[in-house]
Design a protein around this ligand. Structure first.
Ligand code: SF4
Length: 490
C-alpha cells in the first residue's frame, strides 16, 4: 500500500469542490473519473440532510414509525441505537446531536449509555477506557507473552483452534483457518478489523469499540503478530464517532507505552451497509465503490491491495485475549457470545450468554414477558422472524443466528410494517453490481407493501434473489418468508 487511500483524502477536503476532488484523485493516484464515481456513490460526499431525523430501525417501526416520523424531517438508517429506540438525530449545519430521553448529546460524544447485562466473564460491566485500568483487570497479559517469546504465533493459532472460535460477524467461519491461511501467505500482509456493524438490531461491536477499545486492540495486535500482518486498519462505521475517537486515543496510549508492535490506524468506513461485506470493504479502502468482489480468490489470499489480508470481526478479535487468559478448553466449555436484545423487553441492551442458551431464556433475562411476545426477529435484517422460544442460540442450527441480534415484538405490533422497513432497507442498500439484487429487492418492497401472501410469488422472488452475487441479495427475502411461516403457525 504505497499510495494514500482516496476516501480519507476526500474526507479531508469536505465540503467537496471540483478542485478538491481533482487534488484527492491526483494524490491517490486514481483517474479523475474514478474519483467522481466514488463521490457520487458514498452518501457523505453528497451532503447531509438538514433537520431532525428519526433513526429508522425495527424497534421504531414497531412503535408506530409513521406517527413518530411526523416529528422528523426524514429517516436515518439504523445506527446501533435500537436499545434506545425510538431516537432522534438533530442536524445543525455540520454538527449532529443525539436526542434521547430529554438529553441532547453531541453525536461524537455519544456512547451507548448502558452496562453489559449479565455476566462479567468476557467483559467487566463498566467501560475500560485507559491503559492502566485495562492492565488492572489483567489486560495485555497475552500480548506481553507473545512479545516476550513465552507464546509463539503457532501456539496462539493452535489455541484459537482448540477454543473452536467461530467468526462473530455472522458467517461463523472458523477463525483459526483464516489466521493460518494468512500466516502462510507472503508478506506484506494486512489485518483489517471489520467494525462496520450496520445490521439493524445489532450493537455489540459498537458497544465493544466504545467501552472496551483496549480489548479490541489487544485482540487485533495478537492476530496481526500471529499472522505476520505488518499493518492494522480498524475499518469503523462512519457514524461511530465516539468509538473512532476512543480507538485513536487508545492507539496513542499503547504507542507511548511501547506496546504497539504493529502500526495501527482507524479508517472511516464508506457509510453503506454493503461496506461490511469483506470484499466490498476492501474495495472502499482501495478508493473504489464498495462493490463485492467475486470469490475466490478470498481476502486471505488476495485482499487489500492484492496482498493476503485477515478481515476479522470486532467481537471475534476481542475474544482472543480472553481465550488465552482462560485457556482454550475452559473458554470452549462456556462459549460466550454477545447478544444485542431490543424491542419489547424491559431491559434492552447487550447480554453475554453462552451459545446454546434458549431464545426465551435470553429474552427473559432482558425482562421480556414471554407470553406477550408475538415473534422475535433473530439475526437482524438478514435474519428471520420466529416464535420458537426454545430455539437454542447456536450457530449452524435451523435458524440463522447472524451476529446475535434479537428484536422482540409484542402482540400489538404490526409485523408487516416492520417487514416493510427491512425490505426498504435492502432496496436502499443494494449496491447495484449484479441485477438479481436491485430487481428482487425493489419487487419485494412492492410485494410487502401489498401484503402479498402468495407462496408461489414468494418462491419466484426467492429464486431471483438466490442468484445474487453476495449475501445481501441472497438473504434479503428470509425475513419475508419467515413472516409467512410465523403467520401460518399462528
Ligand atoms: S447482491 Fe446486491 S449488494 Fe451484493 S453485489 Fe449484488 S447488487 Fe451488490
Amino acid at each position: 500500500m504505497d499510495k494514500p487511500s482516496l476516501l480519507p483524502l476526500l474526507d479531508a477536503r469536505l465540503p467537496l469542490t471540483e478542485e478538491g476532488i481533482a487534488e484527492a484523485a491526483r494524490l491517490a493516484g486514481v483517474p479523475l473519473a474514478q474519483a467522481w464515481g466514488v463521490v457520487r456513490y458514498y452518501p457523505r460526499y453528497r451532503g447531509l440532510p438538514q433537520g431532525r431525523l428519526l433513526v429508522d430501525d425495527p424497534v421504531a417501526r414497531a412503535r408506530g414509525f409513521a406517527r413518530l416520523l411526523e416529528g422528523a424531517d426524514g429517516t436515518h438508517p439504523p445506527l446501533g441505537l435500537e436499545a434506545l429506540s425510538p431516537i432522534h438525530v438533530r442536524i445543525e449545519g455540520r454538527e449532529r446531536y443525539v436526542e434521547y430521553q430529554g438529553h441532547r448529546v453531541p453525536f461524537r460524544e455519544f456512547r451507548l449509555p448502558f452496562h453489559l447485562g449479565h455476566g462479567e466473564r468476557l467483559l467487566p460491566p463498566e467501560p475500560i477506557l485507559d491503559l492502566a485500568a485495562y492492565e488492572r483487570i489483567g489486560g495485555l497479559q497475552a500480548l506481553r507473552s507473545l512479545l516476550g517469546g513465552r507464546l509463539s504465533p503457532h501456539d496462539l493459532i493452535q489455541a484459537v483452534e482448540e477454543a473452536g472460535l467461530l467468526g462473530r460477524g455472522g458467517a461463523a467461519f472458523p477463525t483459526h483457518i483464516k489466521m493460518r491461511a494468512v500466516a502462510q501467505g507472503e508478506a506484506p500482509k494486512y489485518l483489517v478489523v471489520n467494525a462496520d456493524e450496520s445490521e439493524p438490531g445489532n450493537f455489540k461491536d459498537r458497544f465493544l469499540l466504545e467501552h472496551h477499545p483496549f480489548l479490541v486492540l489487544e485482540g487485533a495486535l495478537l492476530a496481526a503478530l500471529a499472522t505476520g500482518a505488518s499493518r492494522i486498519f480498524l475499518y469503523v462505521r462512519e457514524e461511530f464517532e465516539a468509538a473512532m475517537l476512543g480507538l485513536e486515543k487508545a492507539v496513542a496510549e499503547l504507542k507511548e507505552a511501547g506496546l504497539l508492535p504493529v502500526p495501527t490506524e482507524v479508517f472511516r468506513s464508506g457509510g453503506l451497509y454493503i461496506c461490511g461485506e469483506e470484499t466490498a470493504l476492501l474495495e472502499s479502502m482501495e478508493g473504489k465503490r464498495a462493490e463485492p468482489r467475486l470469490k475466490p480468490p478470498f481476502p486471505v489470499e488476495k485482499g487489500l491491495w492484492g496482498r493476503p489480508t485477515l478481515v476479522q470481526n470486532v467481537e471475534t478479535l476481542a475474544s482472543l485475549p480472553v481465550i488465552l487468559k482462560e485457556g482454550p478448553r475452559a473458554w470452549r466449555q462456556r462459549e460466550p457470545k454477545l447478544f444485542s436484545i431490543s424491542g419489547d423487553v424491559a431491559r434492552p441492551g447487550l447480554y453475554e450468554l453462552p451459545l446454546g442458551t434458549p431464545l426465551g431464556e435470553a429474552l427473559r433475562r432482558a425482562g421480556a414477558e414471554l407470553g406477550e411476545i408475538q415473534a422475535v426477529l433473530l439475526g437482524g435484517a438478514a435474519g428471520v422472524f420466529t416464535k420458537d422460544l426454545a430455539f437454542p442460540l447456536r450457530y449452524r442450527e435451523r435458524l440463522p443466528l447472524g451476529a446475535g441480534a434479537m428484536v422482540a415484538f409484542g402482540k400489538e405490533v404490526d409485523l408487516w410494517e416492520v417487514l416493510l422497513g427491512l425490505a426498504q432497507f435492502f432496496r436502499e442498500e443494494s449496491c447495484g453490481k449484479c441485477f438479481p439484487c436491485p430487481l428482487g429487492t425493489a419487487v419485494q418492497v412492492e410485494m410487502v407493501r401489498r401484503r402479498e401472501r402468495s407462496k408461489a410469488l414468494l418462491q419466484d422472488l426467492a429464486q431471483t434473489l438466490k442468484g445474487s452475487l453476495c449475501g445481501l441479495g441472497q438473504s434479503a427475502y428470509w425475513a419475508y418468508a419467515s413472516l409467512l411461516e410465523v403467520e401460518g403457525a399462528a
